[in-house]
Design a protein around this ligand. Structure first.
Ligand code: NAG
Ligand code: NAG
Ligand code: NAG
Ligand code: NAG
Ligand code: NAG
Ligand code: NAG
Length: 540
């Protein structure tokens, strides 16, 4: 625990600590995580090499209260450079700790890095996973559950207990084999199945228990690589309460769609007869449909789950889009603060910039790449954030970016959008491909104001929800459709906007937003952390 005492010394001064993104008056949570390879046995799959954290697959659940400081040392025992990213954690004023290649040098093998961050004003369910290469195909992911402080009221009665379900598609193939396949210009194969907390159809091992008559909170994160999933529980309904840090108008569903990178929280009341029931997850919009089960066990039950599984929703996109429109913010619930990111009355703010981002796939020099407005992102060897800080020229310029779809052919570039701190942006994700997309923005939640089919036009603005749209960090875009979001850019930094479909991100479907003002002030952005790793031209 030597590093803990060194850090505590360093944290001794409040003045110092607020420079580097930690608040001395809020509690600290210290974690030391060793990242290793080991053989895992994911259910009905043959044993394979997994990525473990302190010997665990999936990784440990982080449970913290909102505003806690998290100090996490990652020891990289893999044979590759490694970064962990904290999906949905806003990293206010602190893109230094985001753990993506545009802000951090990867942690070299056999060395470590200590992340220092605060989970500020965000109560909800989030996840972490490796950002580098295709590591997350083999594990390294886990849940981040952010609880309220006792002074904050929840907009629902305290549940009798809670369960966290990390659900995602899974490959029998090692991450390096899949990565090589992508590097060689081929696409990603269909996954081999789905896992719930690392297991498939192991109903006897994946059992979530509760007492008849009581209500339990279920936290679900889609940690998968490419497929949207649908979750449902035999003979039970789910009352949605929270989506990525927003408390929603509580509605009851038979099943819920969760797209890659998304997370949500719902309540389940155990109002059936005392027995066991199936929890089912199945892929959405795929043929064939992959599915897996776990068990909801009533205390005292001696009857295992039987009977037909609750049926999957209709294959069509329509029902899923309709469900997405029912996710609305509860304007009177203050648990996550009414104004966590951006403005409360977002519908009254004038848009200062519109970006229409179209995704596409194309071969460049015979190799499959994915792009945004026909530019496929290439990671520079010097992280963008370090290039900015040290004024290193030639890493990026702000004119590679394109505000709207642009005729091809697709080119490669380091795409950074130059945006002003406090800009109010409208981003339209235009998907003219036949597969569902999922986009994630670091550093922010944005208001998801509209979903529609075919081509977005400015006329579609009249259909936006300008009152109570849910605010979240990951949005789906249905096939041949668009999704519109609005966001107040009040978090200075270099922020990754990426496809949450991991091979698409890896092969170029990502950009960075540089949210900037020329004034250097610790009130808008923390200073570079003293332990920042240096690489590329920043190492010289
Ligand atoms: C992290 O690396 C430094 C040297 O770079 C070493 O002194 C320290 O002990 C390491 N910490 C852990 C927890 O392994
Ligand atoms: C898991 O269970 C689902 C639902 O019963 C079934 O469709 C699937 O084939 C099972 N998978 C395996 C690998 O047994
Ligand atoms: C909205 O939040 C309030 C708490 O402020 C809660 O009492 C109410 O039930 C919630 N409404 C819905 C529809 O979820
Ligand atoms: C928004 O724009 C309208 C017209 O373009 C202008 O009249 C109004 O003052 C603006 N509102 C704000 C808050 O800037
Ligand atoms: C990019 O923009 C800068 C100003 O920001 C300008 O000096 C430069 O010529 C532009 N480069 C290209 C290739 O257009
Ligand atoms: C990319 O280029 C192709 C070919 O010119 C064009 O049809 C397509 O609309 C472009 N897509 C985007 C998203 O810019």
């Amino acid at each position: 625990m030597g590093h803990v005492s060194v850090l505590s010394l360093f944290l001794g001064s409040l003045a110092l600590s607020s420079i580097f993104g930690i608040q001395a008056e809020s509690p600290y949570v210290y974690l030391t995580w060793r990242i290793t390879y080991a053989t895992i046995y994911p259910g009905n799959f043959p044993p394979q090499r997994g990525i473990l954290i302190n010997g665990q697959f999936p990784g440990p659940t982080i449970g913290v209260n909102t505003n806690d400081n998290l100090i996490i040392t990652i020891i990289n025992d893999l044979d590759d450079p490694f970064l962990m990213t904290w999906n949905g954690i806003w990293q206010r004023k602190n893109s230094w700790q985001d753990g993506v290649l545009g802000t951090n040098c990867p942690i070299p093998p056999r060395s470590n890095y200590t992340y220092t961050m605060q989970v500020k004003d965000q109560i909800g369910t989030y996840m972490y996973f490796p950002f580098t290469l295709m590591h997350r195909v083999s594990g390294g992911f886990g849940s981040i559950n952010v609880y309220r402080r006792s002074v904050i009221a929840l907009p629902y009665p305290e549940p009798a207990g809670e369960h966290t379900l990390l659900i995602g598609d899974w490959y029998k193939t090692d991450h390096k084999v899949l990565q090589k396949r992508l590097d060689n210009g081929y696409g990603m194969p269909m996954p081999d199945g789905l896992l719930i907390n690392g297991l498939q159809n192991f109903s006897t091992d994946r059992v979530y228990t509760g007492q008849a008559g009581k209500t339990y909170l279920f936290r679900v994160a889609n940690v998968g690589i490419m497929t949207s999933i649908n979750v449902r529980i035999q003979d039970h309904t789910m009352k949605l309460v929270e989506v990525e840090g927003s408390h929603v108008l509580q509605e009851t569903y038979e099943s819920l769609d969760v797209h890659p990178g998304q997370s949500l929280t719902f309540l389940v009341t155990l109002n059936g007869v005392i027995k066991d029931y199936y929890i089912v997850a199945s892929t959405r919009f795929t043929r064939p449909i992959l599915s897996t089960t776990a068990t909801l066990h009533y205390d005292g039950s001696i009857i295992t789950a039987t009977g037909p599984l609750p049926s999957a929703p209709a294959f069509e996109v329509h029902g899923s889009m309709k469900q997405a429109r029912t996710f609305r913010r509860n304007l009177t619930a203050n648990a996550a603060r009414p104004n966590p990111q951006g403005s409360f009355r977002y519908g009254e703010i004038n848009i200062t910039r519109t970006l229409v981002l179209g995704n596409s796939a194309e071969k460049i020099n015979g190799k499959l790449q994915y792009g945004v407005n026909n530019v496929s992102y290439v990671n520079p060897t010097t992280p963008l954030k370090l290039a900015d800080y040290y004024n290193i020229p030639g890493v990026f310029d702000l004119n590679t970016s394109r505000d709207k779809p642009t005729p091809g052919p697709m080119t490669q570039g380091t795409i950074v959008y130059g945006l002003a701190l406090h800009d109010f942006v409208e981003i339209i994700f235009q998907n003219n491909e036949a597969t569902t997309q999922s986009w994630h923005l670091d550093g922010y939640n944005v208001f998801v104001v509209g979903f529609g089919s075919s081509e977005w036009t400015p006329k579609r603005r009249s259909e936006y929800n300008l009152v109570d749209a849910v605010s979240r960090s990951t949005v789906q875009v249905f096939r041949n459709s668009w999704t519109a979001v609005l966001g107040s850019l009040d978090n200075k930094g270099m922020w990754n906007l990426r496809s949450a479909i991991w091979h698409r991100q890896y092969l170029g479907q990502q950009v960075y937003l540089r949210v900037w003002n020329d004034e250097t002030s610790l009130t808008t952005e923390y200073d570079i952390p003293p332990n920042a790793l240096k690489c590329g031209n920043a190492a010289i």
